[in-house]
Ligand binder design. Sequence first.
Ligand code: SF4
Length: 110
Amino acid sequence: MNPTDHLGYVGTRALMLALFGPSGTPPAWRADAACAGKDTELFFTTNTTAHALDVCSDCPVIAQCRADHFEWESRTRSRRFYSSGVVAGTTGSERNQSYYPRTTTRKEVA
Ligand code: SF4
């Protein structure tokens, strides 16, 4: 398994846990999701990020998805740190930035 495959696997697992829950039982809102039935690779392949974001932008359950996913992902440090894939209209790096805001202040040089 190469590192890219591994990231795809981790990301897919993350999406599945977010969308189906640890019990494997889909939340009720999942039936109305715009991504229902779509290949999850779409959400974890760099060159399809824009397409995945488009799918989310038309999703009627984006608020529920975002709330559930952020709640799940923020629960442990490793999930926050290794956020990956497009979920609820956000990229992994955007979610990582929301968990770990970076400051852009520069030190004054005397
Ligand atoms: S917001 Fe995106 S990831 Fe979440 S259920 Fe809708 S299409 Fe799927």
